[in-house]
Write a protein that binds this ligand. Sequence first.
Ligand code: ARG
Length: 578
Amino acid sequence: MQSLYSKIESAAKNAILDGTGQDSDPIVRWSTKPEFGDFQINAAMGLGKALGEKPRDIAQKILDKLDLSGLSDRKPEIAGPGFINVFLSQDAINEYAHQLLLDDNCGVRKSLTPKRIVIDYGGANIAKEMHVGHLRSTIIGDSINRILTFLGHETIKQDHLGDWGTQFGMLVEFLCVDGKIPQQLPDLNDLDSFYKQAQSKFKSDEDFATKARARVALLQSGDTDSLRAWQHINDETMKHLLNIYDRLGVLLNKNDSRGESFYNNMLIGVCKDLEEKGIALESDGALVVYKDGVLDRDGNPFGLIVRKSDGGYGYATTDIAALKFAAEHDKADRVIYVVDARQAQHFQIVFDVTKRAGWIDNTEPEHAMFGTILGSDGKPFKTRSGDVVKLSALLDESIERANNLIAEKSSSLPDDEKQELSSMIGIGALKYGDLSNNRAKNYVFDWERMIAMEGNTAPYLQYAIARINSLIRKSEVELSLIRGTEFVIESQFEKDLVLEISKFGETLEEVESTLEPHRLCTYLFDLAQRFTSFYENCPVLKEEDEPKRLSRLALSFLAARTLKQGLELLGIGSPERM
Ligand code: ARG
C-alpha cells in the first residue's frame, strides 16, 4: 500500500508539473510542529531560484494545482519564504490506519525497481575462532540483508571466508604424524590453540617450516591428501562458525560460504588481463595495482599487490576476481561489502581497478564500512588479560547479564520461558547495542548501556512490545475483531502515533540507500516513545466509549506490530510477555 508520505509526494510532484512545467523533487518533509500542518512541500524556494521568480509566487502556482482530495479538507497554507503546509483530514488518518490494519506488510511498499544484490558479510578466517572484529560484519550484514529482502530485492548472501593462503601449508603440515597425513584427523575443538601451536612450531622448528612451505606448493598443485586435510580444517571451523551464527540468530548459513578458495582458479586470468590492459604494473618483480589519489601515510601512491614476486596471489587479487564474478556470474546490480573501515583503501582500489578493466559496467560496488569496537580505555576492545575477545564468551556473558535483569523484572515467569527470554534479551541487547551506532564510527563497548530497560536499547523495545501484548490480552478482544476496527482518532497523541507508524516504510527506504541500520533503531525508539506518550494520555482499557476503546486498542496493536517487525529486521526477537 502507498504511504501517506508517498501520497503527498505524488500529489505535490503532479502539482509542480502542472503549475510550473517542472519535473522536480517536491521536497516533502514531515512537519515538526502541528501548527505547520502534517507535511511541508518545500520545492518552491529552489524552483524560484531556478526560474527567476518569487518563491511565494511559485508556491501559489503549486497550490493552485494541488489535488489533495481524500487526504485533506483544509486549504494548505503558504508560510515564510514559500513553504506549503499540508493538513491531513481526520478521515484520511482514520482511513489510512484502517488500511494499515489490513496490510500484512506493515504498510511498507515493495520496491518498484527490485534489484539483485550481493551482500558480502561474515568473512571470518578459517582455523581461527571468530572474534568481535567479525561480530559487526555479521550482524550489520544480516540486518541489511533482512531489510533489502523485506523491500522486495533479491539478495545473495556471501560469506567471504579467509580459507586460502600460505598459512594453510603450516596448518596442514601440523596435522601430519610421522611425516604423513593420518586417515583419522583429530577434532579441532580449540581452533585458536591449534593455530597458535602450529605458528609457534613454524617459528621455532626450521625443519617444520621448510616442510610447511613445501606443503603450500602441494596444496596449490591440488594434492588430494593435502586438500583432504585442508577440507577437514575447514569443516571443523565451519562447525564452530555455524554454532555462532545460530546463537546470534543471523540468517547466514553453510550454503552462503564462498571463501577465498572459490576464486582460486580465476586469479591467473585476472592478473593476465590486468597486465594486458595496462592496469597492473610491474614493481620489483611483483604485479601491483593503484588508484589515482590513494596514498599511503607518507604520501606515496598506495598499491595492492595482485601477484607477489614469488608468483603467489593474495587477498586483493581474490577480491578483484570476486567482484568480477559477482557482476558476470551473479549479474548483481549492487555488491555490498560489510567490512571493517580499515580496509577502505583496499576496496577503493579493488573497485577502481575492476571498473577500469570494464568488468562491472552494470554493477555498483559499495563498501558499507564499520568502525572498531573500543574498550572503556578507548583502545580496541580486549579482555582484561589483553587477548582478543572471543565471540562465544561474549554471547555467554550477554545471556548471563540478561538473566540478572530478568530475575528482577520477570520473576513470575516459568523457568524454561525465563531461559528463552534471557537469550532473546541478551543477544538482542548485544546486537542492538552495535546496530544502533552510526556504522562507520568506532564505539565504546558498554554492557551497562546495552543491557538496560531504559534508553535506546533492545530490552526497552522488547518490553514495550510485551506491555502492549499484555494490554491486548487483558482486553479479551479477539485479534480478528481488532483487525476490522474502524478508527476514531481524535487527540493529537493518537494522531502523532499513527503518523509515526506510517514512517516505517520511508525509514526502511533510507536504510536501503544509506545501508545504515541505526536509522531503523532511532525510528523504533521514537515510535516506542510516541506510544508511551499516547498511552499515558489516552486511556485504553478504561475508556468507556466502546468505538474509542477499540480504536485505541487497534492503534496499540499497530504500534506493537511495527516495533516487532522492526526488531525482526534487525535480527532481534521479541517476547510475547516479559
Ligand atoms: N577475512 C577478512 C578479514 O578477516 C574479511 C573478508 C571481507 N570480505 C571481503 N570480500 N574482503 O579481514
